[in-house]
Design a protein around this ligand. Sequence first.
Ligand code: FAD
Ligand code: SIN
Length: 522
Amino acid sequence: MSRFTTDFLIIGSGIAGLTTAIKLAKHFSDKEVLVVTKSSKNESNTKYAQGGVAAVWDADDTFESHINDTLVAGDHMNLKPIVKLVVEEAPSCMRELMEWGAEFDKTKTGDLDLGKEGGHSVNRIIHHKDITGFEIEETLLKQIDQLPNITQLTYHFAIDLITDHHIPNKPWDKNDITCYGAYILNQKNNQIDTYLAAKTILATGGIGQVYASSTNPRIATGDGIAMAYRAKAKIEEMEFVQFHPTALYEPGQSPAFLISEAVRGFGAYLRNKKGERFMLDVDSRGELASRDIVARAIDHELNKSGERCVYLDCRHLDYKAFIAHFPNIHEKCTQLGLQFNRDLIPVVPACHYLCGGVNVDVNGQTSIKQLMALGECSRTGLHGANRLASNSLLEGLVFARQVVKNIIVNANDLKLTTVHIPEWNEEGTTVPEEMVLISHYINTIQHIMSDLVAIVRSNDRLQTALDHLNFIYKDTEKLYEKSKLSPQLCELRNLNAIAYLIVKQSVVRKENKGAYYNLDCL
Ligand code: FAD
Ligand code: SIN
Protein backbone atom coordinates (compact mmCIF):
# COMPACT_ATOMS: atom_id res chain seq x y z
CA MET A 1 0.00 0.00 0.00
CA SER A 2 1.43 3.38 -0.97
CA ARG A 3 0.56 6.95 -0.19
CA PHE A 4 0.57 9.71 -2.83
CA THR A 5 -0.16 13.41 -2.73
CA THR A 6 -1.28 15.75 -5.48
CA ASP A 7 -2.80 19.22 -5.75
CA PHE A 8 -5.83 18.19 -7.80
CA LEU A 9 -7.24 14.67 -7.92
CA ILE A 10 -9.69 14.25 -10.79
CA ILE A 11 -11.61 10.98 -10.92
CA GLY A 12 -12.77 10.27 -14.48
CA SER A 13 -11.45 10.90 -17.96
CA GLY A 14 -14.50 11.87 -19.99
CA ILE A 15 -15.30 15.37 -21.25
CA ALA A 16 -15.84 16.72 -17.71
CA GLY A 17 -12.66 15.35 -16.11
CA LEU A 18 -10.33 16.03 -19.04
CA THR A 19 -11.55 19.57 -19.69
CA THR A 20 -11.14 20.40 -16.00
CA ALA A 21 -7.64 18.88 -15.98
CA ILE A 22 -6.55 20.94 -19.00
CA LYS A 23 -7.84 24.17 -17.55
CA LEU A 24 -6.34 23.56 -14.11
CA ALA A 25 -2.97 22.54 -15.55
CA LYS A 26 -2.84 25.62 -17.80
CA HIS A 27 -3.68 28.04 -15.01
CA PHE A 28 -1.66 26.41 -12.21
CA SER A 29 1.49 25.49 -14.12
CA ASP A 30 3.36 24.98 -10.81
CA LYS A 31 0.80 22.48 -9.47
CA GLU A 32 0.15 18.82 -10.22
CA VAL A 33 -3.05 17.48 -11.71
CA LEU A 34 -3.72 13.77 -11.41
CA VAL A 35 -6.45 12.13 -13.51
CA VAL A 36 -7.37 8.59 -12.51
CA THR A 37 -9.64 6.44 -14.59
CA LYS A 38 -10.81 2.90 -14.08
CA SER A 39 -10.44 1.70 -17.64
CA SER A 40 -8.38 2.70 -20.69
CA LYS A 41 -7.52 6.36 -21.36
CA ASN A 42 -10.58 7.22 -23.42
CA GLU A 43 -13.23 4.76 -22.20
CA SER A 44 -16.20 6.86 -21.11
CA ASN A 45 -19.74 7.79 -22.10
CA THR A 46 -18.16 10.76 -23.86
CA LYS A 47 -16.38 8.53 -26.36
CA TYR A 48 -19.71 7.14 -27.64
CA ALA A 49 -21.61 10.43 -27.94
CA GLN A 50 -23.12 10.64 -31.38
CA GLY A 51 -25.46 13.56 -32.03
CA GLY A 52 -23.31 16.49 -30.90
CA VAL A 53 -23.28 19.60 -28.78
CA ALA A 54 -26.09 22.16 -28.66
CA ALA A 55 -25.01 25.79 -29.06
CA VAL A 56 -26.55 28.95 -30.45
CA TRP A 57 -24.43 29.50 -33.54
CA ASP A 58 -26.65 30.50 -36.41
CA ALA A 59 -27.48 34.22 -36.73
CA ASP A 60 -31.20 33.31 -36.74
CA ASP A 61 -30.98 31.40 -33.46
CA THR A 62 -31.20 33.06 -30.03
CA PHE A 63 -30.17 32.29 -26.45
CA GLU A 64 -33.83 32.75 -25.47
CA SER A 65 -34.84 29.97 -27.82
CA HIS A 66 -32.20 27.50 -26.52
CA ILE A 67 -33.12 28.43 -22.94
CA ASN A 68 -36.80 27.93 -23.62
CA ASP A 69 -36.27 24.56 -25.33
CA THR A 70 -34.19 23.40 -22.33
CA LEU A 71 -36.91 24.47 -19.89
CA VAL A 72 -39.71 22.86 -21.90
CA ALA A 73 -37.78 19.57 -22.19
CA GLY A 74 -37.00 19.70 -18.44
CA ASP A 75 -40.70 20.18 -17.63
CA HIS A 76 -39.72 23.48 -15.99
CA MET A 77 -37.96 21.72 -13.11
CA ASN A 78 -34.65 23.28 -14.23
CA LEU A 79 -32.80 26.01 -12.34
CA LYS A 80 -33.21 28.97 -14.70
CA PRO A 81 -29.97 30.82 -13.82
CA ILE A 82 -28.01 27.63 -14.54
CA VAL A 83 -29.79 27.13 -17.85
CA LYS A 84 -29.01 30.73 -18.81
CA LEU A 85 -25.36 30.38 -17.83
CA VAL A 86 -24.85 27.14 -19.76
CA VAL A 87 -26.64 28.33 -22.89
CA GLU A 88 -24.77 31.64 -22.96
CA GLU A 89 -21.36 30.01 -22.43
CA ALA A 90 -21.97 27.38 -25.13
CA PRO A 91 -20.64 29.24 -28.20
CA SER A 92 -17.37 30.23 -26.53
CA CYS A 93 -16.86 26.71 -25.14
CA MET A 94 -17.26 25.34 -28.67
CA ARG A 95 -14.84 27.94 -30.05
CA GLU A 96 -12.30 26.89 -27.44
CA LEU A 97 -12.71 23.21 -28.37
CA MET A 98 -12.08 24.12 -32.01
CA GLU A 99 -8.97 26.11 -31.02
CA TRP A 100 -7.76 22.95 -29.28
CA GLY A 101 -8.17 21.10 -32.57
CA ALA A 102 -11.66 19.59 -32.58
CA GLU A 103 -13.16 19.43 -36.06
CA PHE A 104 -16.87 19.73 -36.67
CA ASP A 105 -18.81 19.15 -39.89
CA LYS A 106 -19.16 22.10 -42.23
CA THR A 107 -21.48 22.93 -45.10
CA LYS A 108 -20.20 23.57 -48.64
CA THR A 109 -20.04 27.30 -47.83
CA GLY A 110 -17.74 26.65 -44.84
CA ASP A 111 -20.27 27.33 -42.09
CA LEU A 112 -20.84 24.78 -39.34
CA ASP A 113 -23.39 22.21 -40.45
CA LEU A 114 -25.96 22.40 -37.65
CA GLY A 115 -28.08 19.31 -37.00
CA LYS A 116 -31.44 19.01 -35.29
CA GLU A 117 -32.60 16.81 -32.43
CA GLY A 118 -35.76 16.28 -30.38
CA GLY A 119 -37.02 19.24 -28.36
CA HIS A 120 -34.94 21.84 -30.28
CA SER A 121 -36.96 24.39 -32.18
CA VAL A 122 -34.13 25.07 -34.64
CA ASN A 123 -31.00 23.39 -36.03
CA ARG A 124 -28.27 24.02 -33.43
CA ILE A 125 -26.36 20.77 -32.97
CA ILE A 126 -22.65 21.06 -33.73
CA HIS A 127 -21.36 17.61 -34.64
CA HIS A 128 -18.55 15.55 -36.07
CA LYS A 129 -20.46 13.12 -38.30
CA ASP A 130 -22.12 10.70 -35.85
CA ILE A 131 -19.01 10.31 -33.67
CA THR A 132 -18.87 13.71 -32.01
CA GLY A 133 -17.86 12.34 -28.61
CA PHE A 134 -14.93 10.42 -30.04
CA GLU A 135 -13.63 13.53 -31.80
CA ILE A 136 -13.90 15.58 -28.60
CA GLU A 137 -12.31 12.90 -26.40
CA GLU A 138 -9.33 12.54 -28.77
CA THR A 139 -8.90 16.32 -28.94
CA LEU A 140 -8.84 16.58 -25.14
CA LEU A 141 -6.39 13.68 -24.78
CA LYS A 142 -4.02 15.37 -27.26
CA GLN A 143 -4.13 18.55 -25.14
CA ILE A 144 -3.45 16.50 -21.99
CA ASP A 145 -0.36 14.99 -23.64
CA GLN A 146 1.07 18.49 -24.11
CA LEU A 147 0.74 19.48 -20.46
CA PRO A 148 3.64 18.17 -18.35
CA ASN A 149 1.90 18.81 -15.03
CA ILE A 150 -0.93 16.34 -15.78
CA THR A 151 -0.50 12.64 -14.99
CA GLN A 152 -3.13 10.21 -16.19
CA LEU A 153 -3.36 6.84 -14.41
CA THR A 154 -5.40 4.23 -16.26
CA TYR A 155 -6.91 1.11 -14.67
CA HIS A 156 -7.05 2.89 -11.33
CA PHE A 157 -10.41 2.35 -9.67
CA ALA A 158 -11.55 4.85 -7.03
CA ILE A 159 -13.15 2.89 -4.21
CA ASP A 160 -14.10 5.52 -1.68
CA LEU A 161 -13.61 9.17 -0.91
CA ILE A 162 -11.48 9.90 2.14
CA THR A 163 -13.48 12.04 4.54
CA ASP A 164 -13.61 12.75 8.27
CA HIS A 165 -15.27 9.34 8.74
CA HIS A 166 -11.95 7.68 8.04
CA ILE A 167 -10.03 9.54 10.72
CA PRO A 168 -10.09 7.57 13.99
CA ASN A 169 -11.64 9.38 16.97
CA LYS A 170 -12.46 12.50 14.92
CA PRO A 171 -15.99 13.64 15.73
CA TRP A 172 -17.96 14.57 12.63
CA ASP A 173 -20.98 16.57 11.85
CA LYS A 174 -22.98 15.67 8.76
CA ASN A 175 -23.19 19.34 7.76
CA ASP A 176 -19.45 19.91 8.02
CA ILE A 177 -17.59 17.13 6.24
CA THR A 178 -14.28 17.57 4.43
CA CYS A 179 -12.86 15.39 1.65
CA TYR A 180 -9.11 14.67 1.73
CA GLY A 181 -8.74 12.51 -1.38
CA ALA A 182 -9.63 8.93 -2.27
CA TYR A 183 -8.66 5.30 -1.78
CA ILE A 184 -7.78 3.92 -5.17
CA LEU A 185 -7.34 0.34 -6.34
CA ASN A 186 -4.44 -0.01 -8.74
CA GLN A 187 -5.79 -2.78 -10.98
CA LYS A 188 -2.31 -3.54 -12.28
CA ASN A 189 -0.97 -4.76 -8.89
CA ASN A 190 -4.24 -5.08 -6.91
CA GLN A 191 -2.97 -2.68 -4.28
CA ILE A 192 -5.24 -0.11 -2.61
CA ASP A 193 -3.35 3.16 -2.28
CA THR A 194 -4.11 6.39 -0.44
CA TYR A 195 -4.27 9.52 -2.61
CA LEU A 196 -4.38 12.81 -0.74
CA ALA A 197 -5.33 15.99 -2.56
CA ALA A 198 -6.10 19.61 -1.83
CA LYS A 199 -9.15 19.29 -4.11
CA THR A 200 -10.92 16.13 -5.19
CA ILE A 201 -13.07 16.40 -8.30
CA LEU A 202 -15.63 13.76 -9.24
CA ALA A 203 -16.18 13.38 -12.98
CA THR A 204 -17.21 9.74 -12.97
CA GLY A 205 -20.11 9.90 -15.42
CA GLY A 206 -23.38 8.03 -15.59
CA ILE A 207 -25.29 5.06 -14.21
CA GLY A 208 -26.67 3.30 -17.31
CA GLN A 209 -25.44 -0.12 -16.25
CA VAL A 210 -27.96 -0.19 -13.42
CA TYR A 211 -30.50 -1.21 -16.10
CA ALA A 212 -30.45 -4.41 -18.17
CA SER A 213 -30.55 -2.42 -21.39
CA SER A 214 -28.53 0.79 -21.71
CA THR A 215 -26.68 2.79 -24.32
CA ASN A 216 -23.94 3.40 -21.72
CA PRO A 217 -20.70 1.40 -21.77
CA ARG A 218 -19.69 -0.99 -18.97
CA ILE A 219 -17.89 1.74 -17.00
CA ALA A 220 -21.17 3.57 -16.31
CA THR A 221 -21.89 2.10 -12.87
CA GLY A 222 -22.50 5.31 -10.92
CA ASP A 223 -19.34 4.91 -8.81
CA GLY A 224 -18.86 8.62 -8.09
CA ILE A 225 -22.45 9.13 -6.99
CA ALA A 226 -22.30 6.02 -4.78
CA MET A 227 -18.99 7.16 -3.25
CA ALA A 228 -20.41 10.62 -2.56
CA TYR A 229 -23.55 9.08 -1.07
CA ARG A 230 -21.49 6.93 1.30
CA ALA A 231 -19.57 10.08 2.25
CA LYS A 232 -22.95 11.72 3.09
CA ALA A 233 -23.00 14.23 0.23
CA LYS A 234 -26.35 15.56 -0.92
CA ILE A 235 -27.69 13.49 -3.84
CA GLU A 236 -30.73 14.74 -5.72
CA GLU A 237 -33.21 14.05 -8.54
CA MET A 238 -32.15 10.43 -9.01
CA GLU A 239 -35.72 9.59 -10.07
CA PHE A 240 -35.18 11.41 -13.38
CA VAL A 241 -33.60 8.66 -15.46
CA GLN A 242 -33.75 9.38 -19.16
CA PHE A 243 -34.49 6.58 -21.64
CA HIS A 244 -33.33 7.18 -25.18
CA PRO A 245 -36.17 6.27 -27.54
CA THR A 246 -34.09 4.65 -30.25
CA ALA A 247 -31.48 2.09 -29.29
CA LEU A 248 -31.00 -0.56 -31.94
CA TYR A 249 -33.10 -3.64 -31.12
CA GLU A 250 -30.50 -6.36 -30.74
CA PRO A 251 -31.56 -8.63 -27.84
CA GLY A 252 -28.77 -9.55 -25.44
CA GLN A 253 -26.35 -6.86 -26.67
CA SER A 254 -24.83 -4.75 -23.90
CA PRO A 255 -24.36 -1.87 -24.28
CA ALA A 256 -27.19 -1.28 -26.71
CA PHE A 257 -26.06 0.49 -29.89
CA LEU A 258 -27.58 3.96 -30.19
CA ILE A 259 -29.34 5.22 -33.29
CA SER A 260 -28.86 8.93 -32.77
CA GLU A 261 -31.80 11.26 -32.34
CA ALA A 262 -30.12 13.24 -35.11
CA VAL A 263 -31.42 10.51 -37.46
CA ARG A 264 -34.95 11.65 -36.63
CA GLY A 265 -33.67 15.23 -36.85
CA PHE A 266 -32.60 14.33 -40.40
CA GLY A 267 -36.16 13.33 -41.17
CA ALA A 268 -36.60 9.67 -40.16
CA TYR A 269 -40.07 8.51 -39.06
CA LEU A 270 -41.03 6.14 -36.27
CA ARG A 271 -43.47 3.43 -37.30
CA ASN A 272 -45.13 0.56 -35.49
CA LYS A 273 -45.35 -2.98 -36.87
CA LYS A 274 -48.48 -2.01 -38.84
CA GLY A 275 -46.49 0.76 -40.52
CA GLU A 276 -48.31 3.60 -38.73
CA ARG A 277 -46.52 6.85 -37.73
CA PHE A 278 -47.84 6.83 -34.17
CA MET A 279 -45.94 9.89 -32.83
CA LEU A 280 -48.18 12.36 -34.65
CA ASP A 281 -51.13 11.25 -32.47
CA VAL A 282 -49.11 11.93 -29.33
CA ASP A 283 -47.37 15.27 -29.89
CA SER A 284 -47.56 17.92 -32.59
CA ARG A 285 -43.74 17.77 -32.85
CA GLY A 286 -44.08 14.15 -33.95
CA GLU A 287 -40.78 12.23 -33.88
CA LEU A 288 -38.99 15.33 -32.60
CA ALA A 289 -40.90 15.69 -29.36
CA SER A 290 -38.63 15.57 -26.32
CA ARG A 291 -37.14 12.21 -25.35
CA ASP A 292 -39.36 11.45 -22.38
CA ILE A 293 -42.47 11.82 -24.55
CA VAL A 294 -41.14 9.72 -27.45
CA ALA A 295 -39.79 6.96 -25.14
CA ARG A 296 -43.12 6.78 -23.29
CA ALA A 297 -45.06 6.67 -26.56
CA ILE A 298 -42.93 3.76 -27.78
CA ASP A 299 -43.33 1.96 -24.45
CA HIS A 300 -47.10 2.40 -24.74
CA GLU A 301 -47.09 1.21 -28.34
CA LEU A 302 -45.15 -1.94 -27.38
CA ASN A 303 -47.40 -2.71 -24.42
CA LYS A 304 -50.48 -2.27 -26.60
CA SER A 305 -49.24 -4.45 -29.45
CA GLY A 306 -47.14 -6.99 -27.54
CA GLU A 307 -44.38 -6.38 -30.09
CA ARG A 308 -40.71 -6.19 -29.08
CA CYS A 309 -39.66 -3.12 -31.07
CA VAL A 310 -40.81 -0.28 -33.28
CA TYR A 311 -39.06 0.89 -36.44
CA LEU A 312 -37.17 3.86 -37.81
CA ASP A 313 -38.06 4.52 -41.40
CA CYS A 314 -35.29 6.29 -43.37
CA ARG A 315 -36.26 5.00 -46.81
CA HIS A 316 -37.47 8.40 -48.04
CA LEU A 317 -34.24 10.21 -47.09
CA ASP A 318 -31.33 11.23 -49.35
CA TYR A 319 -29.24 8.05 -49.00
CA LYS A 320 -25.89 9.61 -49.97
CA ALA A 321 -26.30 12.55 -47.60
CA PHE A 322 -27.48 10.14 -44.91
CA ILE A 323 -24.34 8.00 -45.14
CA ALA A 324 -22.13 11.10 -45.11
CA HIS A 325 -23.72 12.30 -41.84
CA PHE A 326 -24.09 8.90 -40.16
CA PRO A 327 -21.21 6.67 -41.29
CA ASN A 328 -20.88 4.91 -37.93
CA ILE A 329 -24.57 4.05 -37.67
CA HIS A 330 -24.57 3.03 -41.33
CA GLU A 331 -21.62 0.70 -40.77
CA LYS A 332 -23.23 -0.96 -37.75
CA CYS A 333 -26.52 -1.52 -39.59
CA THR A 334 -24.75 -2.80 -42.68
CA GLN A 335 -22.97 -5.41 -40.52
CA LEU A 336 -26.44 -6.62 -39.48
CA GLY A 337 -27.63 -6.72 -43.09
CA LEU A 338 -29.84 -3.65 -42.69
CA GLN A 339 -29.91 -1.06 -45.49
CA PHE A 340 -31.40 2.35 -44.76
CA ASN A 341 -32.88 2.87 -48.23
CA ARG A 342 -34.53 -0.57 -48.17
CA ASP A 343 -35.14 -1.75 -44.60
CA LEU A 344 -36.89 -0.49 -41.51
CA ILE A 345 -34.50 -0.26 -38.55
CA PRO A 346 -35.78 -2.01 -35.38
CA VAL A 347 -35.43 0.18 -32.28
CA VAL A 348 -36.42 0.18 -28.58
CA PRO A 349 -35.91 2.63 -25.71
CA ALA A 350 -32.88 2.01 -23.46
CA CYS A 351 -31.57 3.71 -20.34
CA HIS A 352 -29.39 6.58 -21.51
CA TYR A 353 -28.79 9.37 -19.02
CA LEU A 354 -29.23 10.40 -15.39
CA CYS A 355 -30.50 13.96 -14.91
CA GLY A 356 -29.83 13.97 -11.15
CA GLY A 357 -26.72 13.06 -9.17
CA VAL A 358 -24.36 14.69 -6.69
CA ASN A 359 -25.86 18.05 -5.86
CA VAL A 360 -23.59 20.97 -6.76
CA ASP A 361 -23.87 24.73 -6.83
CA VAL A 362 -23.10 26.98 -9.78
CA ASN A 363 -19.36 26.41 -9.14
CA GLY A 364 -19.50 22.61 -9.02
CA GLN A 365 -19.11 22.64 -5.23
CA THR A 366 -20.76 19.68 -3.48
CA SER A 367 -22.11 19.71 0.07
CA ILE A 368 -18.71 18.30 1.19
CA LYS A 369 -15.77 20.69 1.58
CA GLN A 370 -12.91 20.29 -0.93
CA LEU A 371 -15.07 17.95 -3.03
CA MET A 372 -16.32 19.18 -6.38
CA ALA A 373 -18.34 17.32 -9.01
CA LEU A 374 -19.27 17.91 -12.61
CA GLY A 375 -20.53 16.17 -15.72
CA GLU A 376 -23.10 13.41 -15.71
CA CYS A 377 -22.43 12.41 -12.08
CA SER A 378 -23.53 15.84 -10.89
CA ARG A 379 -26.91 17.48 -10.51
CA THR A 380 -26.51 21.11 -11.49
CA GLY A 381 -30.16 21.95 -12.15
CA LEU A 382 -29.54 22.37 -15.89
CA HIS A 383 -31.66 19.46 -17.03
CA GLY A 384 -34.64 19.59 -14.69
CA ALA A 385 -36.80 16.50 -15.06
CA ASN A 386 -35.57 15.55 -18.53
CA ARG A 387 -32.40 16.57 -20.38
CA LEU A 388 -32.69 18.33 -23.72
CA ALA A 389 -30.73 16.46 -26.41
CA SER A 390 -27.05 17.42 -26.76
CA ASN A 391 -27.01 19.52 -23.60
CA SER A 392 -24.85 17.04 -21.68
CA LEU A 393 -21.45 17.35 -23.35
CA LEU A 394 -22.11 21.07 -23.15
CA GLU A 395 -22.76 20.93 -19.40
CA GLY A 396 -19.39 19.18 -18.94
CA LEU A 397 -17.60 21.94 -20.84
CA VAL A 398 -19.32 24.83 -19.06
CA PHE A 399 -18.96 23.36 -15.59
CA ALA A 400 -15.26 22.66 -16.15
CA ARG A 401 -14.95 26.45 -16.53
CA GLN A 402 -17.03 27.07 -13.41
CA VAL A 403 -15.06 24.60 -11.28
CA VAL A 404 -11.71 26.02 -12.35
CA LYS A 405 -12.84 29.64 -11.93
CA ASN A 406 -13.95 28.79 -8.40
CA ILE A 407 -10.66 27.08 -7.56
CA ILE A 408 -8.74 30.11 -8.87
CA VAL A 409 -10.78 32.51 -6.77
CA ASN A 410 -10.22 30.38 -3.66
CA ALA A 411 -6.60 29.46 -4.44
CA ASN A 412 -5.56 30.31 -0.87
CA ASP A 413 -7.58 27.30 0.25
CA LEU A 414 -5.39 24.85 -1.62
CA LYS A 415 -3.78 22.99 1.25
CA LEU A 416 -3.15 19.33 1.88
CA THR A 417 -4.42 18.03 5.18
CA THR A 418 -1.94 17.73 8.02
CA VAL A 419 -4.15 15.24 9.85
CA HIS A 420 -2.90 11.65 9.64
CA ILE A 421 -5.08 9.67 7.24
CA PRO A 422 -5.03 5.91 7.85
CA GLU A 423 -4.35 3.47 5.07
CA TRP A 424 -7.17 1.37 3.63
CA ASN A 425 -7.99 -1.34 6.12
CA GLU A 426 -7.97 -4.79 4.54
CA GLU A 427 -7.93 -6.73 7.78
CA GLY A 428 -9.89 -9.96 7.73
CA THR A 429 -10.53 -9.91 3.99
CA THR A 430 -9.05 -13.27 3.15
CA VAL A 431 -11.91 -14.93 1.34
CA PRO A 432 -11.36 -14.90 -2.42
CA GLU A 433 -13.91 -12.85 -4.30
CA GLU A 434 -17.07 -14.67 -5.38
CA MET A 435 -17.42 -13.85 -9.09
CA VAL A 436 -20.51 -16.05 -9.54
CA LEU A 437 -22.38 -14.26 -6.77
CA ILE A 438 -21.17 -10.86 -7.94
CA SER A 439 -22.39 -11.29 -11.50
CA HIS A 440 -25.61 -12.91 -10.27
CA TYR A 441 -26.40 -9.88 -8.13
CA ILE A 442 -25.43 -7.37 -10.83
CA ASN A 443 -27.77 -9.14 -13.30
CA THR A 444 -30.50 -9.28 -10.69
CA ILE A 445 -30.25 -5.53 -9.94
CA GLN A 446 -30.34 -4.76 -13.66
CA HIS A 447 -33.49 -6.83 -14.15
CA ILE A 448 -35.21 -5.44 -11.06
CA MET A 449 -34.61 -1.93 -12.40
CA SER A 450 -35.64 -2.69 -16.00
CA ASP A 451 -38.76 -4.59 -14.96
CA LEU A 452 -39.96 -2.41 -12.10
CA VAL A 453 -38.31 1.03 -12.20
CA ALA A 454 -38.12 1.94 -15.89
CA ILE A 455 -40.14 4.29 -18.12
CA VAL A 456 -43.46 3.62 -16.38
CA ARG A 457 -43.45 3.03 -12.60
CA SER A 458 -46.08 2.37 -9.96
CA ASN A 459 -46.06 2.46 -6.16
CA ASP A 460 -46.34 -1.35 -5.93
CA ARG A 461 -43.51 -1.88 -8.41
CA LEU A 462 -41.30 0.57 -6.50
CA GLN A 463 -42.02 -1.17 -3.17
CA THR A 464 -41.25 -4.60 -4.67
CA ALA A 465 -38.00 -3.23 -6.12
CA LEU A 466 -37.05 -1.80 -2.73
CA ASP A 467 -37.68 -5.12 -0.96
CA HIS A 468 -35.47 -6.98 -3.46
CA LEU A 469 -32.73 -4.33 -3.27
CA ASN A 470 -32.68 -4.42 0.54
CA PHE A 471 -32.13 -8.17 0.41
CA ILE A 472 -29.27 -7.78 -2.08
CA TYR A 473 -27.79 -4.96 0.02
CA LYS A 474 -27.48 -7.18 3.08
CA ASP A 475 -25.76 -9.96 1.14
CA THR A 476 -23.51 -7.55 -0.76
CA GLU A 477 -22.33 -5.90 2.46
CA LYS A 478 -21.42 -9.32 3.94
CA LEU A 479 -19.51 -10.18 0.80
CA TYR A 480 -17.78 -6.77 0.81
CA GLU A 481 -16.64 -7.07 4.41
CA LYS A 482 -14.96 -10.44 4.00
CA SER A 483 -13.61 -10.24 0.44
CA LYS A 484 -10.48 -8.86 -1.13
CA LEU A 485 -11.77 -5.97 -3.23
CA SER A 486 -12.12 -6.14 -6.98
CA PRO A 487 -13.59 -3.56 -9.37
CA GLN A 488 -16.52 -5.92 -9.98
CA LEU A 489 -17.36 -6.18 -6.29
CA CYS A 490 -17.11 -2.41 -5.88
CA GLU A 491 -19.33 -1.91 -8.94
CA LEU A 492 -21.93 -4.30 -7.52
CA ARG A 493 -21.99 -2.31 -4.29
CA ASN A 494 -22.21 0.97 -6.21
CA LEU A 495 -24.98 -0.26 -8.52
CA ASN A 496 -26.96 -1.38 -5.51
CA ALA A 497 -26.60 2.08 -3.96
CA ILE A 498 -27.63 3.77 -7.23
CA ALA A 499 -30.66 1.51 -7.66
CA TYR A 500 -31.66 2.21 -4.06
CA LEU A 501 -31.34 5.98 -4.57
CA ILE A 502 -33.43 5.90 -7.76
CA VAL A 503 -36.18 3.90 -6.07
CA LYS A 504 -36.11 5.87 -2.80
CA GLN A 505 -36.26 9.23 -4.58
CA SER A 506 -38.99 7.92 -6.89
CA VAL A 507 -41.11 6.95 -3.90
CA VAL A 508 -41.15 10.51 -2.54
CA ARG A 509 -42.06 12.13 -5.86
CA LYS A 510 -45.82 12.61 -5.94
CA GLU A 511 -46.18 14.33 -9.32
CA ASN A 512 -45.25 13.10 -12.77
CA LYS A 513 -42.63 15.35 -14.30
CA GLY A 514 -40.46 14.92 -17.39
CA ALA A 515 -38.81 11.50 -17.38
CA TYR A 516 -40.59 10.46 -14.16
CA TYR A 517 -43.90 8.72 -14.78
CA ASN A 518 -45.77 6.82 -12.07
CA LEU A 519 -49.23 5.34 -12.77
CA ASP A 520 -50.26 6.16 -9.20
CA CYS A 521 -49.49 9.86 -9.70
CA LEU A 522 -51.93 10.29 -12.58
P1 FAD B 1 -17.96 10.09 -18.87
O1 FAD B 1 -17.65 10.55 -20.21
O2 FAD B 1 -18.81 8.88 -18.76
O3 FAD B 1 -16.59 9.81 -18.11
C1 FAD B 1 -16.60 9.19 -16.83
C2 FAD B 1 -15.19 8.73 -16.53
O4 FAD B 1 -15.10 8.32 -15.17
C3 FAD B 1 -14.73 7.53 -17.35
O5 FAD B 1 -13.41 7.79 -17.74
C4 FAD B 1 -14.78 6.38 -16.35
O6 FAD B 1 -13.89 5.35 -16.65
C5 FAD B 1 -14.37 7.10 -15.08
N1 FAD B 1 -14.78 6.44 -13.84
C6 FAD B 1 -16.03 6.08 -13.47
N2 FAD B 1 -15.98 5.48 -12.26
C7 FAD B 1 -14.69 5.48 -11.86
C8 FAD B 1 -14.01 5.00 -10.71
N3 FAD B 1 -14.64 4.35 -9.72
N4 FAD B 1 -12.67 5.16 -10.64
C9 FAD B 1 -11.98 5.77 -11.64
N5 FAD B 1 -12.58 6.22 -12.76
C10 FAD B 1 -13.92 6.09 -12.85
N6 FAD B 1 -24.58 13.88 -24.81
C11 FAD B 1 -24.59 14.96 -25.61
O7 FAD B 1 -24.59 16.10 -25.13
N7 FAD B 1 -24.60 14.80 -26.96
C12 FAD B 1 -24.60 13.58 -27.56
O8 FAD B 1 -24.59 13.47 -28.77
C13 FAD B 1 -24.62 12.42 -26.73
N8 FAD B 1 -24.66 11.18 -27.26
C14 FAD B 1 -24.55 10.10 -26.43
C15 FAD B 1 -24.48 8.83 -26.98
C16 FAD B 1 -24.28 7.73 -26.18
C17 FAD B 1 -24.20 6.35 -26.78
C18 FAD B 1 -24.16 7.90 -24.78
C19 FAD B 1 -23.93 6.73 -23.88
C20 FAD B 1 -24.26 9.16 -24.22
C21 FAD B 1 -24.45 10.27 -25.03
N9 FAD B 1 -24.54 11.55 -24.50
C22 FAD B 1 -24.58 12.63 -25.33
C23 FAD B 1 -24.37 11.77 -23.07
C24 FAD B 1 -22.93 12.20 -22.82
O9 FAD B 1 -22.08 11.46 -23.65
C25 FAD B 1 -22.50 12.00 -21.39
O10 FAD B 1 -23.48 12.48 -20.51
C26 FAD B 1 -21.19 12.74 -21.13
O11 FAD B 1 -20.24 12.29 -22.05
C27 FAD B 1 -20.73 12.49 -19.71
O12 FAD B 1 -19.42 12.98 -19.60
P2 FAD B 1 -18.66 12.81 -18.23
O13 FAD B 1 -17.29 13.33 -18.43
O14 FAD B 1 -19.47 13.34 -17.13
O15 FAD B 1 -18.62 11.21 -17.99
C1 SIN C 1 -28.09 11.13 -29.67
O1 SIN C 1 -27.24 11.28 -30.53
O2 SIN C 1 -29.25 10.77 -29.90
C2 SIN C 1 -27.73 11.35 -28.25
C3 SIN C 1 -27.76 12.78 -27.96
C4 SIN C 1 -27.78 13.04 -26.49
O3 SIN C 1 -27.78 12.11 -25.68
O4 SIN C 1 -27.81 14.21 -26.15
